[in-house]
Design a protein around this ligand. Sequence first.
Ligand SMILES: [Ca+2]
Length: 485
Amino acid sequence: MRREVTWWLCAALCLFACGFACAGQPLGQQHSLQSTRRRRAASNDDINKKCSYTFLIPQQRITGPICASATGPEPDRDRVTRMDISDLREVLGKQRREIETLQLVVDVDGNLVNEMKLLRKESRNMNSRVTQLYMQLLHEIIRKRDNSLELALLENRVLNATSEMLRLASRYRELEARFGQLASVVNNQSALIAALEERCLQAYGGRHDLPAVPPLVPVVPESIPANSGRFTNEITREHNRALTRGSRMDAPPTVSPVGIPPPTLSTEGPFRDCFQVRQAGNKASGMYLLKTDGSDRLIQVWCEHGLDNGGWTVFQRRKDGSVNFFRNWENYKKGFGNIDSEYWLGLENIYNLTKQGDYRLLVELEDWVGKKVYAEYSSFRLESESEGFRIRLGTYQGNAGDSLSNHNGKPFTTLDRDRDTFSGNCAHFHKGGWWYNACGQTNLNGVWYSGGVYRSKFQDGIFWADYGGGFYSLKSVRMMIRPIE
Ligand SMILES: [Ca+2]
């Protein structure tokens, strides 16, 4: 009886184990395949891993021994149980490993998912960044296109300006060449006119009713001022006004021009000349009072102390055309003009000055570019009025050329007193008063023309033939004397 109970318990345990491994298998099939599976278990490991036992459970209450097989139950019972447990453990271990493997896979997959999420996020960011860069690129392209258009516009403007500049330069050169041609034509015009007039006179040889015209001095001298190519007929407004009131030729010398404050007149003196003024210690150029020997008259004069140690007595000055020099004998005898501007000291005063001793003469000339030249004569004096204030000159030195020696020894001529050697009146042609010859090489009391070269029927400008020629009117002129030391 005890043996039967033990067997039963063992069978029940095996049934439990087998049921765990082979759940769902039909009982009849299990029993029918039992022997076959056992054979396969010896040769096939995979088959061994599966359940291969079937137990018959009596449907009635067990009251006696139970026969499970012909070979006896006890040896099979022990062997099956161990194999099954081993198989089960092996299966469990394998499943556990698979689960671990799957767990690893799941973990890896989880990491991959996270990485994918990160990558997706980065991808979105990159897309956003790419979109932003693309927009910037489009903006840059548009801006560069605009810049290109603007640059092209500017290039066109530069090209147009360059073209215009070249056109103007070409035009300027043409005008310059044209001006040169015209200047040349005008420069030769006077000589042509003179030749024509000479022919005319020859044609009317027997007739003497035509006025004689003095010969012209050389138009082109050896020394030419820098801007002698320029022509002008301008006469200063003051000079024009003076010419229109030609009847007022008896205007006395004035102390100062209207509207311009006069320079300080020294209260010292009177002196016999400016050299004595300088010797008295006066270093400033300006107006001083003189009283020449043998005369009771006080005269105002400009003393130049800033040139060659000073002491120069200025008796003639031209600078701006503010004074009309086309005057009669009496005016030239007594003097006229403004001491601090343009003036003529007067033949009588010059005569009295030079009578005091031995004087030398300095003529200072300035052209229209500011260049100054001079002509100095070793001696200078005038003879008395009865001799027509004849001029007496010494030897020349200087860089202006000797144009005054041609007048040496000639008496003074004005429009109303003709003492020149020409058949007509040189004062009429030269519009001044001078020691005319026939008529001469210089005309420092002529018409003050602005700009240098002038155009006139006669050579009536302030010319110095050896510096500028007969048709170049100087800008400023001074004639001054100083005792010979
Ligand atoms: Ca004459």
